[in-house]
Design a protein around this ligand. Sequence first.
Ligand SMILES: Cc1cc2nc3c(=O)[nH]c(=O)nc-3n(C[C@H](O)[C@H](O)[C@H](O)COP(=O)(O)OP(=O)(O)OC[C@H]3O[C@@H](n4cnc5c(N)ncnc54)[C@H](O)[C@@H]3O)c2cc1C
Length: 461
Amino acid sequence: MTDFDFLTDVVDSSKVDYGEGPREEHSADWASELIGAGVTPDAVVTPTSTEDVSRVLEACDSRGVPVTPYAAGTALEGHVVPVERGVSLDTTEMDSVVDVRPDDFQVDVQPGVIGTDVDDAVERHGLFYPPLPSSGGISTIGGMIATDAGGMQTVKYGKIGDWVVGLECVLADGSVVRCGGRAEKSSSGYNLKDMVVGSEGTLAVVTEATLRLKGIPDEIRGARALFPDIDSAADAVSDAVRSEVDVAKIELIDDVAARMANEYLGTDLPDTPMVFLEFHANHGVEREVEFAEAVFRQHDVDEFKTASRERMEDLWEIRSELGFAVRSYDPSLHPVQAGDVAVPISRYPEMVKEIKRLGDEYDVLVPVFGHAGDGNVHYAPMADPDDQDQYQRAVEVYERAVERALDLGGTATAEHGIGRGKRHYLEREHGAEAVDVMRRIKDALDPNGTLNPGKVLPDED
Ligand SMILES: Cc1cc2nc3c(=O)[nH]c(=O)nc-3n(C[C@H](O)[C@H](O)[C@H](O)COP(=O)(O)OP(=O)(O)OC[C@H]3O[C@@H](n4cnc5c(N)ncnc54)[C@H](O)[C@@H]3O)c2cc1C
């Protein structure tokens, strides 16, 4: 008998695992060494229904046992790494597409559904789910809702939270709550749905979601633009967005990131900063492409080439693989952490230049890329963890870039979330009063503090 045998009283024993292997697997995500190691959970529970989730949460809460919701584990800030042992609640078996309602442009899914599986389920109706992150093929809808993920198409369509109509959730004490509904708009009551979106498993466990869908556009065009330097590339993006060029994707990739992609994928991207673009329309898409090119011509673009559908898919594949390319570039160099700042679009060029300048000042290799149209910069200062001096310099670059983003009116995290890694920026970004309100919400919904403790909110001392 272990202390956790109560779990098999509330769910079938096949759903509870005390084995070392699964417990170890559930003690890590994609976060770097900088976040620090967490602890191994005492048990992994894999529910298959809302009732399972409710029973497990109620049983754990009444015993003061912490529960860390865990989906695909692709979060980048230590979100799913337990800090107080307890139960890792693995939602990946709740992976059904429950109901597609094409006439309403809606789909109901369980939280463990992989993002691109939503597209696969609705494509035959001429529909798609626009806000998927670059990790859409390896991460789940529950994880995306919990982090309010964004993606390459966020510049046109918005974030995950903008495409959630309703949620079924389980609170820490096991009560099942519906937030939102099926109406496309509603002004009824407090907006609980949007409070759960982005709450990183600290307020509730999502057990079902109603998602909004969109018709696949009739016309899709792609383009690639090459620039002589990063400054012109960043200026061009900022100008294009402020000129309201109607882009569906606009991604910047600097020469360092392009080199890493070439090494990892065997591609032949030129050794220069570049921007990948995609345009969606039901008519007149060529005019938008011409408009973008005209704006880019004012910023010394060296080459602006439209891409065939096939070539464009290759470019997006390269972009989606960049996270892997950065990690694989040099076995002795690790990214100290995945930077995810965003600033108002008029300050975007300044932010990009500052990160490159910091890399030069500290003599650290820093690939820069990201969802440029949202003012979102991903950057990954690289260092050898055994070289303490280099590692510290890379950490300085990482942290000074966040500080600068906040100075420019931006955010420490545009889409990855706070997790454990960015808690110390929360008060600086929102103010002590706002963080106090967040604490009161947490206390009201989870008075025993059992849901994903040690995440989002900074320690009180
Ligand atoms: C290569 C790569 C590329 C990436 N690209 C992007 C990108 O473009 N945009 C972006 O936003 N992010 C990106 N990410 C980060 C990550 O993929 C996203 O945050 C994703 O949404 C996490 O989903 P997941 O299923 O892996 O969730 P997990 O990592 O398992 O969990 C994430 C958080 O959600 C909570 N959670 C999980 N399921 C539930 C549930 N049912 N109810 C309540 N809480 C829950 C967990 O407790 C945790 O706090 C990338 C990561 C990688 C590795």
